[in-house]
Write a protein that binds this ligand. Sequence first.
Ligand code: FES
Ligand code: FE
Length: 389
Amino acid sequence: MKSPAPIDPRGLADVLAPFGHSRMLPRSAYVSDEVLAWERANFFDAGWVCAGRVSDLEIGGDQKAMKVGDTGVLFTRDGGGTLHAFANICRHRGHELLACGASTNRGVIQCPYHAWSYELDGSLRLAPRFGDVPNFSPDHMGLVRVRHEIWGGWIFVNASGDAGPLADVIAGFDDVCAPYELDRLGSVARHEYVLAANWKLPQENYHECYHCPLIHPELCAVSEANSGDNYSHTSGAWVGGTMDLEPHAETMSLGGASGGVVFRALDAVQRRKIVYVGLFPNLLVSLHPDYVLTHRIEPLTPSSTLIECSWLFPPEAAATPGFDPSYAVDFWDLTNRQDWSAVESVQRGMTSPHYMPGLLSSQEDAVYQFVTMVARGYIGEPVTSAPLH
Ligand code: FES
Ligand code: FE
């Protein structure tokens, strides 16, 4: 069994108490370098991490490098259209093949150090002046593959290579998403935010609208804070719920008007709801009647987090003359910033020695599901959601 997280087990027992009696995670879960190192190894490298949209590598020759947990990964699209994922490490002496965060389009992968080159499928193409090196076998010097899967138009990476199937993580959520036909959606806007808060705080915040009346007047004008229900399920590694649109609102926007096109396969009930789901550990998916907003979350330090938001629309919306996604982008950019301000304040509060893990209200049941999922992972149990007690 993997080693448990370096957190006082008594604090985790309090988290795992029945709903209504439990407390939030201990302070060290939000401020400790050791805990974040454990999370990177056990939640990110050993889990299924969303690494972005597959459409970011659309054309043969596209290459993109990024950090997934502790692992640098190089994605490529070969000339035949196949997507590959490799450890972003040259087989000569370990230089990164492409700088982390960079993208390019080239017919080969070339190491910038001594010019070894690789085909887009990872096989070694040329190692200059290695012809006379004994025991050098080009066939065994290809790039190291990293396990990945594609679902819903996203790339998911399991850097350790030994997680269970991705299907176990998304079990049940794939049914919720089916009418939105995620594969065919295009990302038409993207924002990056760097928050001075631990990576779990925006997720805890996302899973409740108890805070909405005070900090989100614009959101409450189009969706009542107490509306909707949370999912109670026993499989998958996701937590979420729904909220209802006010009668006058077509979608979540400033004023409630839509500038897009309703997803073609939604029924009458789905057209009046927003679905909010967090897929563990790093993807929040908000399904609206006419667009999908995603938050992809990368921990930077215990107290700082990168969040990449994407607004996804169906092709028929993007093809509409004069289409302008700003009705969705502006609404959520404003709402995001209201949330970031709140969670950054929570992070500052947690640095105080007087901080004690708090209790949860009946409106915070999805927060309970999220933190119990985290706490079960900390003690070495499978990270799956569980029904409320
Ligand atoms: Fe890449 Fe030397 S480390 S060519
Ligand atoms: Fe909020």
